[in-house]
Each structure stands twice: as C-alpha cells, then as structure tokens.
Design a protein around this ligand. Structure first.
Ligand code: KG4
Ligand code: ZN
Length: 345
C-alpha cells in the first residue's frame, strides 16, 4: 500500500510518499519546502502570499518526492491531503491539486485533519530519525503546540479524540513569534528565543503564567506577551544580557503553563502517556520539562521526532495508514477545504 500525501495548510509545501507493509510504515520520501524566508519579510504568514507560493512549488515538490521514492503516479494506491484546519487559500492549493491527481489517475482520495496529523507524528515510522519503535500506550493526552494552535486532546485511540481545551487568544508559537519581534529577532521567533534563553536567567523577570490555576484546560498567552511588551518598552538600549534574561523568563512562563495544564489533564483522565507535538514541540526546555515530570509520575512520554515537529506531509500519510483509511474515487467531486475543522467533529 503506497500513500501519496500533500500538506499546504500554512507556510510549508510538503509532499511525502509512505509505504505500509505488513502493518509497518516506511517513509519513501519526505519533501518539504519552507516559505519562512518569504514570510519573514512581513513578520508572519500572509495567506495570499502562502497560496501563491504553494501554487508555484507544489508540482516541483511532488516531482521530487516521486523521484526520491522511485515511484510513478499510476503506482500510488491512495492520495491523502490536508483538508483543514488551516488558511483557506493555502489549503485550497493542496486540495485542488489532490483532486486533479485523483481524477486523472483514478485514485482514491481522502481528506486528513491537520491536528490529527500532528498527533500521529509520535507513532512509529521507519526512515524518520528518532521515531519511536512502538505506539504510545493509550489513552494519552496530546499537547498540540504550534504557531496556529495550542490544544489539549484526550487521545482514546488513533481516530478517536476529545478536545479538552484550547487557547482563547494567541497560540504558544504565536507568542514566541510576537515576543521575538519585540526583541528584534527574526521570524519565526521560537528557535531565536530558545537560543537566546540558553544563556539567560529564567527567574530574572516575574512574568505572569496566564490561567495556570484555572481548572479548565484552556490557555491564554496574549497577556503574557503584553507583560513582556510593557517590560521591554521601559528599556531604551537593551543589553545582550537583558534580551537573554527576557527570553529565558518568557520561555519559562510558557513552559510552566503548558506543563502544569498537561499534567493536570493526565491526572484527570488517568492517561497512560503524554504526547508532545507541533512546531513548538521542538523547544528543548519544554521537551525536557515534560520528560522530567512524566518520569517522576511513571507516565510514558513521547515528543515528535524533530523532522515531524513542523508541518509536513509524512504525518498526514501516517493518519491514513494507521487508520487504514480507504478514501474514494469520487471524493474529488465534492472535497472542499475545512478551514475551521475541529478534531473529533
Ligand atoms: O507546526 P508549525 O511548523 O506551524 C504551524 O502549524 O503553526 O509551528 C511553527 C511554530 C512557530 O510559531 C515557531 O516559532 C514555533 O513553532 N517554534 C518554536 C521552536 N521552533 C519552532 N517555538 C519554541 N521553541 C522552538 N524551538
Ligand atoms: Zn501544524
């Protein structure tokens, strides 16, 4: 069974080819073109620009993926495409291309939820560095943290989820990006902030931990970002040390909130494991804080392999493969983007 997967929900144009053989998954190609240098000029993702770039790069990306996998389109068994959530014009490029491929080559087509893709990224797949060798024990708590989302899910099994809570305003990654802009760092801010934070003092500034004591599983990061802005505005000529201390104190506040709420969800649902996925899952401090907490609680912990933290098509193929989705040869007639598709609905 060979799956061709396409992902264009935000600012990554990605195509992967994944083979399922006797229940095991192997990545045959994992091609990913990031638009970051283009959006960096605007300080964030511009949806129309993203769509134009997807349109320009998707076919060459598909070509590379097929060549790398040494596979031709007639030999594909299933086409999987990200249907939502995401930026409407960006999603449409991937979906329309997948529809065209489906009708031209008479292949079944299936739409995949982007958040489910992130969760599936901690299931095993050969050919991806540091991918686990076994599936996580279930039920699990899935913390999905990216530039567009911060969500806690109860993962009952692959394909069955309950959304426990999400951010009321900024996503965690968005907060990293906005604080980075305040500090004069390039977009995306996550990697720049965490690098600066390495040499900073996380206790230098007492930033708020929004909603940390709130019993719900909702998040809010806008107030934290504003607190950082008020502090930074007092400083006319920030020194290197000042910037590092701000970065470290801000990062610590985000990590404290994410870890506290995730562990609370684990206890409330007696989950057997914690899954950390999405772009912000690349953050070393967050990974090691959850690693430590789960170790002392005796809970299995899995963070997405680095190649699968940011948006990619391999994780979309993994959903189709692990759920044994079959798709249909007539889906191309009706498939539309679902920009606000909530996982589990
Ligand atoms: O999943 P992703 O690639 O795209 C979205 O679906 O949003 O996530 C991108 C986000 C950006 O906000 C970026 O700043 C953040 O992930 N990010 C990080 C790190 N690496 C990327 N945030 C914190 N620490 C990092 N090391
Ligand atoms: Zn994502």
């Amino acid at each position: 069974m060979i799956i061709l997967a396409i992902e264009t929900s935000c600012d990554d144009t990605a195509v992967s080819i994944v083979e399922k053989k006797r229940g095991a998954l192997i990545v045959r190609s994992h091609i990913h073109y990031s638009q970051i240098p283009i959006h960096a000029r605007f300080g964030g993702v511009v949806p129309e620009v993203a769509a134009r770039e997807h349109a320009a790069t998707l076919l060459p990306t598909l070509d590379r993926a097929l060549k790398k996998a040494k596979i031709k389109l007639p030999n594909i068994d299933l086409i999987a495409v990200t249907q939502g959530p995401g930026l409407p014009p960006a999603l449409s490029v991937g979906i329309d291309s997948a529809r065209a491929l489906s009708v031209t080559y008479n292949k079944p087509l299936v739409g995949i939820n982007h958040m489910e893709g992130h969760i599936a990224s901690v299931w095993p797949i050969k050919g991806i560095q540091n991918s686990p060798t076994t599936a996580p024990p279930l039920p699990a708590i899935g913390l999905v943290v990216s530039g567009g989302h911060t969500e806690l899910h109860l993962v009952k099994k692959i394909g069955s989820y309950k959304l426990l809570g999400h951010t009321k305003d900024d996503a965690a990654g968005e907060a990293f990006d906005k604080v980075a802009t305040l500090l004069g760092m390039p977009y995306p801010g996550g990697p720049a902030i965490s690098k600066a934070a390495l040499k900073g003092n996380p206790h230098a500034f007492k930033f708020p931990r929004p909603m940390i004591h709130d019993p719900s599983f909702a998040f809010s990061f806008a107030g934290l970002k504003t607190a950082v802005r008020y502090e930074v505005e007092t400083k006319k000529r920030p020194t290197k040390k000042y910037v590092r201390d701000i970065a470290a104190s801000f990062e610590q506040a985000v990590v404290d909130v994410l870890v506290t709420k995730t562990m609370r969800a684990q206890a409330a649902y007696r989950a057997k494991s914690i899954l950390l996925v999405g772009g912000v899952a690349a953050n070393k401090k967050l990974r090691s804080a959850l690693q430590q907490k789960t170790l002392s609680a005796g809970i299995y912990f899995s963070a997405a392999p680095l190649a699968l933290t940011s948006d990619n098509a391999t994780m979309m193929a993994m959903v189709a493969a692990y759920r044994s989705l079959k798709g249909s040869k007539t889906t191309y007639k009706t498939m539309e983007a679902r920009p606000r598709w909530e996982l589990g609905r």
